[in-house]
Each structure stands twice: as structure tokens, then as C-alpha cells.
Design a protein around this ligand. Structure first.
Ligand code: NIG
Ligand code: FE
Length: 401
């Protein structure tokens, strides 16, 4: 430990039980351990030594130190809310009917276009604070409620600003192809041209996002349109991911895998064939139990087949005003267990290391390992399985970042 004697840690956390989440098949538990941090990175992980020096020392008092949680799929920025549609659905209308009648995503588009950048910032900031309070240290935020160049860029600028104002990593995604805006009614190919010719180049140029998403669905965009967006994204050096197989099987997951996509998300109607393609490409399956629950979906995503194929599973809130107005990543972990029959270990992997993979950031975050970023959470629990077990409560005591 001679090196450690000469260079003190910026921060030392000791007396912690650690779940590293670094392995494939367990929590990676190290009891009564210490972590040294230098320059924002983990530089030591192991037992505490008497000769350790540090500028700042934290006694974890036997609490559990986990990687920061990662919410890898959200639509956090939008104007208004859709409580009225919730009520309509409970009076008999269904999600697709409401969308076709000009409600749904398009009603959030109206409110988002009308809102100023500051208003969007303030409403999203409140939601972001709720997620941070549960230990979320990285979040993906999509555009997609602007559906014109100006408003899509406005949303992505708000995302960037949120990342600058809060102690959280914001990973922005362009979702220009989320729905058809009213001015392109009956001209979805024309709208895809706008996404490809104007939005993607502008976003790449201004570096406002490094990934592009599409809603590939009967009420969204078809396979050929999705492929065109992917081709354009790739030509501009952007990564791709996809809202795939949420309401029907469009072969979207196979398509996004073919373009080496980071993730295919939702996946209730995913086919065995697409699973094989995802496994081959290393595309992560991001499951969204909040939307499944809120839409009262009954078709489960093929969890066992994903496990059998070795496709890593991530879980996210999918926070959005229409299908998942949820601001609790912990509740999503519980629902992953109760609704999807995932195990508590899988649920925690799904919001740490696998969510990091879904963002293409697994070399930096998602597990506690020497060399990774020190984005950590401290919990007053007796075992990490408790995070999935209890719901409606929050045992987080501290974020170290
Ligand atoms: O992830 N599926 C498409 N997009 C969102 C729903 C957005 C909305 O209804 O506003 C989702 O479920
Ligand atoms: Fe979504």
C-alpha cells in the first residue's frame, strides 16, 4: 500500500457493505469494505487499512453502498399532463383510439410547443428531483413532444440544461419520430424526411444528442421509415435505439439489432427470431413495467426467452405523461419482480449495470469497480434485495458523486 501512503484519497468511504454489481450472476457483495476515490473515480476497493489517508472520510456505519441507479428510458420533458385521458380510458376508451382521435402524444405536443424553455425546464426539474431522491445518478431523456425542428431542439436544450444544474448525468436522445404531427397528417413519409433532412443533421451539428430513437408501431412509424431514420442517424455518427414491439410485432427489435442498436425497448410482442438477432448484436432489452401496468397490458415480454438467449435486461421508468406517469425507479424494480417475475438480483442489475449497457456507458458507470466513475448510493437496508421487495418507501440515505 506504499502508493496509497504517499497519495491520500480525495474521499474514503469505510465501514460499508458493498454490492459491486460487477459480476453476471450475483450482487458482488463485499462486507465491511472501503472505497477510495480520486479524481471522481474509484481508485480502491477492498478492506480498510490503518494507514489510509483521505481529505474526506465517510463512515458508512454498516449501510449498503451500491452503484448509482440509472433510468435509461424516459420522456421527462413535456408540457401539461394527460390525467384527462386516464379518466377517458377508465370510461372505456383505449390508448390507440385516443391517439387516433388526436389525443395521446399529439396533445402533449401541443402543450410542449406552447411552453417556454424555462417552463419546460421547471416542470422537468421537479420530476428530476423526485428521481434523484431515489438514488438515480444517470438518466436518459428523450425529445419527441415537439415534432418540429424548433421544439425538438428546445427539448434537447432543456435536457442539457438539466444535466448542468443537477448532480446527475443526463443522456439526451432525439425521438423526432415519436408520432405524426397534425401538419403532416396523411404524409408520414414527408415527416420522416423532416426528421432525416433537418432534425438529425441539426442535432448532430449542435451535439444535442448522441442517439436517435423511433416509435416503430401501427400508431407510430413503420419498418421502412424506421430504417431510413437509422440509416441517417448512422451517417451522422449517432447511435440508435428503438421503441419496439410495444403494441404489436413490427420486427423492430431485429431491425435495431441489425443497426447495432444500444437497446430495444418495451418488447411485449417480441418474437423469438428478433431475440436471436438482439443476442447476436449485443442489443439490450429495456423493459418498461410502468407502461405495461398503466396500459393494463396482459401480454408479458418474453423474459425467459431473453434470459435463455443471454440478452441483458434493463428496466426503466419510461416516465411520460401518457403511458407511465411514474417517478419511482424503485417501484419499477418491484414491478419487474411482481409483474414480470424477474428476481430482485435481476431487477438491480436492470437499473445498474444493464442500464449502463443500454446507454453504451458500461465502461464508466453501472458497477463498483476500480477505474469506474464514483457515482454511488448509500442505503439503510439489510440486503440489496430489499430495494425490490419494499415499495412506497425509500431507504436512500446519501448519494456520493
Ligand atoms: O414509451 N410508446 C411511445 N411512447 C411513450 C408513450 C408516450 C405518450 O403516450 O405520450 C411510451 O410508452
Ligand atoms: Fe418510451
Amino acid at each position: 500500500m506504499s502508493q496509497l501512503e504517499t497519495k491520500p484519497f480525495d474521499q474514503l468511504i469505510h465501514n460499508a457493505n458493498i454490492a459491486t454489481m460487477a459480476g453476471d450472476s450475483d450482487y458482488g457483495i463485499i462486507e465491511n469494505a472501503a472505497i477510495g476515490i480520486n479524481d471522481g473515480k474509484i481508485s480502491y476497493l477492498g478492506s480498510a487499512q490503518n494507514n489510509f489517508k483521505a481529505q474526506q472520510i465517510l463512515d458508512a456505519e454498516g449501510q449498503w453502498l451500491l452503484p448509482g441507479l440509472i433510468d435509461c428510458h424516459t420522456h421527462l420533458i413535456y408540457g401539461g399532463n394527460r390525467a384527462n385521458e386516464f379518466e377517458m380510458r377508465l370510461n372505456g376508451a383505449d390508448y390507440e383510439e385516443i391517439a387516433k382521435a388526436g389525443g395521446g402524444i399529439v396533445s402533449s405536443v401541443k402543450a410542449t410547443r406552447a411552453a417556454s424553455e424555462q417552463e419546460l425546464f421547471e416542470s422537468a426539474a421537479m420530476r428530476l428531483e423526485a428521481l434523484i431522491a431515489e438514488g438515480v445518478t444517470s438518466i436518459e431523456i428523450k425529445s419527441g413532444y415537439g415534432l418540429d425542428l424548433e421544439t425538438e431542439l428546445k427539448m434537447l436544450r432543456v435536457a442539457k440544461k438539466l444535466g448542468g444544474h443537477y448532480p446527475i448525468r443526463v443522456v439526451p436522445t432525439l425521438l423526432g419520430a415519436h408520432a405524426l404531427p397534425p401538419e403532416y397528417k396523411d404524409n408520414s413519409d414527408g415527416y420522416i424526411d423532416l426528421v432525416c433532412n433537418d432534425m438529425i443533421p441539426a442535432v448532430a451539428q449542435e451535439k444535442l444528442a448522441d442517439c436517435v430513437d423511433v416509435f416503430c408501431e401501427n400508431i407510430g412509424f413503420n419498418y421502412a421509415q424506421t430504417e431510413k431514420v437509422f440509416q441517417t442517424a448512422k451517417a451522422h455518427g449517432l447511435k440508435v435505439k428503438l421503441h419496439a414491439e410495444q403494441l404489436s410485432d413490427q420486427n423492430g427489435a431485429a431491425l435495431v439489432a441489425q443497426y447495432n442498436g444500444l437497446s430495444a425497448d418495451h418488447l411485449e410482442y417480441l418474437s423469438q427470431d428478433s431475440i436471436a438477432q438482439m443476442a447476436k448484436a449485443g442489443t439490450i432489452a429495456t423493459l418498461l413495467p410502468g407502461a405495461f401496468y398503466f396500459l393494463r397490458e396482459t401480454k408479458l415480454p418474453p423474459i425467459q426467452a431473453l434470459r435463455d438467449a443471454g440478452v441483458p435486461i434493463a428496466i426503466a421508468t419510461d416516465h411520460n405523461p401518457g403511458t407511465s406517469p411514474c417517478l419511482s425507479i424503485l417501484l419499477m424494480m418491484n414491478m419487474a419482480c411482481t409483474l414480470f417475475k424477474m428476481t430482485p438480483l435481476e431487477a438491480l442489475q436492470a437499473t445498474t449495470i444493464n442500464a449502463a449497457k443500454a446507454l453504451g456507458l458500461a465502461n464508466e458507470i453501472g458497477s463498483i469497480e476500480v477505474g469506474k466513475k464514483a457515482e454511488l448510493t448509500l442505503w439503510d437496508i439489510e440486503h440489496p434485495n430489499q430495494l425490490s421487495y419494499q415499495f412506497g418507501s425509500n431507504p436512500l440515505t446519501k448519494i456520493i458523486r
